[in-house]
Design a protein around this ligand. Sequence first.
Ligand code: ZN
Ligand code: ZN
Length: 698
Amino acid sequence: MQTHKSISDGYALLLKNAPFLFKFKPSNTFVSTKTNVKFGQMIHAHLIRTTQTDSNLIQNNTLVNLYAKCGRISLARRLFDEMSERNVVSWSTLMAGYFHKGLSSEVLSLFVSMNNGFSPRPNEYIFATVISSCANLQAFEVGIQCHAYVLKSGLVFYSYVMNALIYMYSRCSDVEGALRVFKTMPRVDSFSCNSLIYGLIEHKYFNEALEVLNKMGNESVAWDHVTYTTILGLCACMKDLNLGLQVHGQILRKYVEFNVYVGSAIIDMYGKCGRIVSARNVFDRLVGPNVVSWTAIMSAYSQNGGFEEALKLFVEMELDGVRANEFTYAVMLNSCAGLSALRYGDLLNAHIEKMGFKAHLIVGNALINLYSKSGSVDDAGRIFEGMLYRDVVSWNSMIAGYAHHGFDSEALEVFRHMLIVGEVPNYVTFVGVLSACGHLGLVSDGFYYLNNLMKDIGITPGVEHYTCIVGLLGRAGLLDEAEKFMRCTPVDWDVVAWRTLLSACHVHQNFGLGKRIAEIILQLDPVDVGTYILLSNMYAKAKRWDGVVKIRKLMRGRDIKKEPGVSWIQVKGDTHVFVSEDRKHPDSRRIYEKLTELLTKIKLVGYVPDFATVLHDVDDEQKEEYLRYHSEKLAIAFGLISMPPGAPIHIIKNLRMCEDCHMAAKLISNVTNRKIVIRDANRFHCFESGFCSCGDYW
Ligand code: ZN
Ligand code: ZN
C-alpha cells in the first residue's frame, strides 16, 4: 500500500521531470546548444593554433560555458584545469555546469577547493549554485554555514541567493527556515513563491502552501507555468477538485496552448481526484505528449483501477516512439500488481532489466509491491536483497509483504535490520510490525512497540495500529481484554476493527461476545454480508439451528444476498474463472475426476468434511456434496492437471475461504507435494507440506 502511495505521488514525478524548475542567469551571453558544440570545438582548435589560449580568460570562460551547457562537462573541466588564470566567472560557470548535470557533490567539492586563499571570493551566483546543491544533497549543515556567510557578506539580498536558500530549507525539511527567509524578501517573485510552495507541498504543509498562493495574489505576482504545475500538484495532493477546476479554467483563459508539463499536471490532478474521463480528455488534446504526459495518464488509470487501460496505453506509447522512464515502469508494475498479472509482470521485469532501469529505487519498490501482491513473496525478498538503495517505502513494503503472507518472523527480522541500518520507521512501518506481532502471538512485544517505541520516534498511533492490537489480543484468545481495550481506547473504531474482534470470537468459539460484536457491526453497516455469514457460522457451530434460521430470515428481509464464491487461476497467461459446482469449463470432466481422486487421497490422511457451515436441514451425504465443489477446490484441481510438475499454483478467491476448503488445501499441498497460494478476501494463504502460513487463523 505504501508503494502505491509513492507511485501515486505523481507530483514528485512531474517536478523531477521538469527541467525548467531552477534556472540561473547565464554568466555570459554565448548561446550554447547541442548543435553548436562541434562549432565550439572548431573555434577552440582554431584558438589553440592561432593565439596563446591560456592568456585569454574571457575566451576560455566562454568555452567552459559552451561545453558545460552542451552537457560535455568533462571537456569543460579539462579546459578549466588547464587554465593558468581563472576568475570568479570561470568557477561559477563550471559549478553551474555540474549543477545542471545533477552532479551536486562535484559543486561542493569545487567550492571547498575554492577556499584555498588564492581563488577569488565567491559571488552571489556561486552561492546560489552551492546552496542549491546542498538542497539536492540534503547537506543541511553546509547549507546553514553558507547562509551565515551570505548574511555576513551582504550577498543574501540577491534574489537568486534567497531563492536558493528557500529551496535548500524546503528540501532539508526545515519549512519554518524557508518561511523565515521568505518573509525577509523585499519583493517576492514567482520563482521564490514556486520553490517555497514546492517545498511546502513536499512536506505536506498544504494550508501554508495556500497562504503563499494568497500572498502571490495580494502582491500581484503573476503565475507562470511552474506556478500552475505546482498548484495543480497541490490540488492533486489535497484531492481538491474544486480548486483544480478553477485552476484549469484559469489556464484555459490565459493560454491557447499550454506546455506538456502543465498538461501533465492537469491530467495528474484529475486522476487523483478520480475524474478519469476529464484526465483522458486533456491527454487526447495534448500536442506532442512526452513521457511525462504518458506516464501521468497511465498513472491516472492505474490509480482509478483501470489497470488494463494503463497497460494498453503503454503499448501505444511505445508505438508512438516515446521511451519509457523509471516512473513509467513503476506505474506499469503497479498496474500488473493490481491485476495480479504475475506473468506479464515477469516479462516486464525482464524488459526493465534489459533497459537498465532495475537499479532505480522507484522501480525496485514497485517490483516488491508486484511480487508481494501476487503471492510471490520469495521473489519480492530477492528483489529487496538485490537493491542498491532502499528507502522507507522499500522496507515497509517488504515488512508488509512478509506479514501478509504469514511470514511474520521474516517481517520482524526485516524490521530489526531496518533499525540496525538506521532507517527511521514511520506510521506505515508499525502497521506491518504490529500485525506480524499479532500473528506470532507476541503480546508484550506488540504493546512495547505501541506504547514505547512509537512514542519515542514521535508517531501518534492511529486506528490501524489499534486494530492490530485488537487482532493481537484476539488471536491470543484474550477476547475480554480485546473488548476492554476497544472500549477504553479513545479512537473512532471502524467496521474493520470490530470485524477483527468478531473473527477472533469465531475462531475461539466465543459465541456470547461474538453475538454482541456482530450487533455493533450491523448497526455501523447493516449490509455487511461477511458479518451475517460469520454469525450464522457461529450459530451453526454451536448447533443453534434456530439462530441460523433467524439470520437467514434477517438477510432475506433486508434483501442481502451472499455474493457467489468465485476463484481465478492463471495458466499460461490465460485466466480461468470458477464458481461453485462449475461445469462450464471445457476441461470440466477431467477437473471433476481429478478432484474426486484428490478428495479420496486426503481422506486417507485424515480429511473429514467440515459440515458446520452447511445447511442443517439436509443429510450428511448431501452436505458433503455442498462442500466438494467450492470454486477454489475446482481451481486447485485444474491447476494440478494443467501446470507443469512442481510449479506453484496461484489462486485468487473473492470471499473468505471456508474452513473445509482450507483443510482440504493443506492436505492436498501435502499429498501432491505442491505449493498452493490462495489470496482470499482477508489475506494470503501459502499452503506447503500440509501447513498454511496463516497458522489456521484468518
Ligand atoms: Zn470452501
Ligand atoms: Zn490459511
